[in-house]
Design a protein around this ligand. Sequence first.
Ligand code: GTP
Ligand code: MG
Length: 585
Amino acid sequence: MALRQSIIGVLGHVDHGKTKLLDKIRGSATQSGESGGITQAIGASIIPLQTVKKICGNLLDNKSDFSIPGLLFIDTPGHAAFSTLRKRGGSIADIAILVIDINEGLKPQTIESIEILKGSKTPFVIAANKIDLVPGYKQKDKLLLKNLNNQDPYVQEHIDTKLYEILGKLSELGLNSERFDRVEDYTKQVAIIPVSAITGDGIPELLMVLIGLAQKFLEENLKLHVEGNAKGSVIEVKETTGLGVTLDVIIYDGILKRGDKIMIGGLDKPIETRVKALLCPLPLNEMRDKKTKFKAQSEVTAATGVKISAPGIDNVIAGMPIQSYTDKIKTQVSEEIQKQVKDVVVETGDSGIIIKADTLGSLEALTFLLKEKEIPVRKARIGKISKKDITDAESNYDKNPLHSVILGFNVDRDAEVSGNQKVKIITNDIIYKIIEEYELWSEQQGKILEAKKLDDLIRPCKIQIMKNHVFRQCDPAICGCEIIEGKLTTSTRLMKEHKAISNVKSIQQEKESIKSITKGNQVAVSMDSIIIGRQVHEGDFLYSFIPENDFRKLKNLAKFLSKGEIELLKEIAEKMRKDNPMWGV
Ligand code: GTP
Ligand code: MG
């Protein structure tokens, strides 16, 4: 059985050099055609084995028995788009290159990329890029190791330090990694290859490692299913001049022919249509490059990127699975496809937040990363944030106010939609920023909610019955009191030592009834079940009688209490413990 090309996905933090690296590999200058150097779309380019061999030169000499026809590189504008390269149970990419700027090290999106790679179980190598920017670096030899060894000692040291930093960070993430020449077992260690996308240093070595990995470990997976139907993933849905809406698809298995019946995942049911035209980029060209000329084909074989023109595909969503089928297997294919959609687009009745994203892949990436953080999701859907989402989020509020939130990744909101007091909306086109903002918000919100809990608790309070201010001895007793600490509220139960004596019936200040009064004030307090002169006397201190349970809760909320209140709590606990040494413990 023939082997198909190995599919290589490229991931990494913004600006770490993914596109440039592929440019260098291709020898083309895609990047110069991009707006602001930022990759706006996903492209694919096949590098035939011959070319790889040419680039690698002597490095491959003694092991030239490769049966892989080549490497298919897919540039993604970020890790989220990488998730769009999905198939059931993993990623379409057989291998990934994780690009890390050696001078910057691991960044939030690098870490997210690693999580996504782990989640999709994709083996990967690390390109430690931009070594040419290491101070003092000079290109000394075409061979990377020789080149590194010939650098001035301080340059070598600098590179080593940076590599060790990366190694250390990776090990914190549970990954065992090594510089590629020190790797003993590629199945257990992640190889790091220092490279420069500008000078091209390290690129032959990178390709050597990639092709070795593909050949050794993936041979089984790369076996082409020539008889089977074509399987792929929609990378982009876009307007193409003269053709209307077309689909950019990566085919990872089988053969697709012009005229084939195809089925594409849909939100409710699969979209069925027929291939009208198959357009292929030429080798070493880039699909998304505007200047690229496409060539119509009668069939394409995995793995490849292909532009499909077909009727009725206007509503296709990027990231959706696509398969060709014959009537015999139609039901099976349809079930398979919709199962893949249902795995990502979820709606449960449980508690959790609501998430929206633009493509199936980005939705999956967001879901995945939230799962890592143990943030529950109750609804994950594709599309703009709608009024219905707001209503749904609002209904979460009573169960858990921290869940009445909508996270939108790469999506807008419908015109009339806005957040309100109960619903928080967070949108961004960078996943880690969304999660960061959500975490910050929920931390702050959590504090506010905790502080609110205080309202339901009996707070510590200490008052003193003032001398010569007894206005009435009983029924009810009325006397002048000074608030020594805390806040006195009507209906507070008061105690002397540790015995409850009476509730506060009312509080008056300047002859006006008030509900509560704070430290330092003098007020008239009426209490109905005591007699002044019998249970209490002028000059006595009275305390709020705090139920043991409230006391425990107050201890947990101590950060919201003043120093004085905390001291007073201790004083009250001491009194209560005279009778019960374990009180409030
Ligand atoms: P996004 O697609 O936006 O995520 O970025 P990217 O990772 O594709 O980065 P890109 O290839 O666009 O490179 C970003 C910038 O870094 C560009 O200005 C490149 O010229 C520069 N750059 C990339 N690789 C290297 C390198 O090895 N050395 C130097 N000196 N500059 C580099
Ligand atoms: Mg790019």
